[in-house]
Design a protein around this ligand. Structure first.
Ligand SMILES: [Zn+2]
Ligand SMILES: [Zn+2]
Length: 137
């Protein structure tokens, strides 16, 4: 006789609160709305319909702790509604700003190094006839 181990199903509200991760085996733990924020809950991917993977049964033991809700559907890769939005791609003008900044960087870095060296240099009187003294700056 073969024991088929099925992955349990997670139910998550639209804000990302995990309602239960054993929905398939304990449907009574599920609810249509989040008990913390009142958002409707999902048990499957809105894009492909695949169940949100919940707890994996371990030899009759109840899983300990709760897994966080996944950010993306393992079936189709779509971001779930509660997924943390990644920052928008930089607009072209932002990109050119960054490039201009990068072009200025060597001079800016040199200026900063020069400014940082200034206090020490002031304590060492520079004399044109003493290049070694100047090199210490
Ligand atoms: Zn919630
Ligand atoms: Zn999906």
């Amino acid at each position: 006789m073969t024991i088929e181990i099925l992955r349990d199903v997670m139910q998550v509200c639209l804000s990302g609160h995990v309602i239960t991760d054993v929905l398939a085996s304990h449907p009574e733990q599920g609810s249509n709305y989040c008990d913390r924020c009142g958002s409707p809950t999902l048990r499957r991917c809105p894009t492909c319909g695949e169940g949100i993977p919940g707890a994996a049964p371990l030899a009759g033991l109840m899983p300990i702790g709760r897994r966080p809700a996944p950010q993306h559907c393992p079936g189709c890769g779509a971001a779930f509604p509660w997924a943390i939005e990644e920052g928008p791609a930089p607009a072209p003008d932002t990109l050119s700003e960054v490039l201009a900044l990068l072009r200025r960087l060597p001079r800016a870095a040199a200026g900063a190094a020069f400014a940082a060296a200034q206090p020490r240099c002031r304590q060492v009187p520079w004399s044109p006839g003493n290049p070694l003294e100047m090199n210490r700056c």
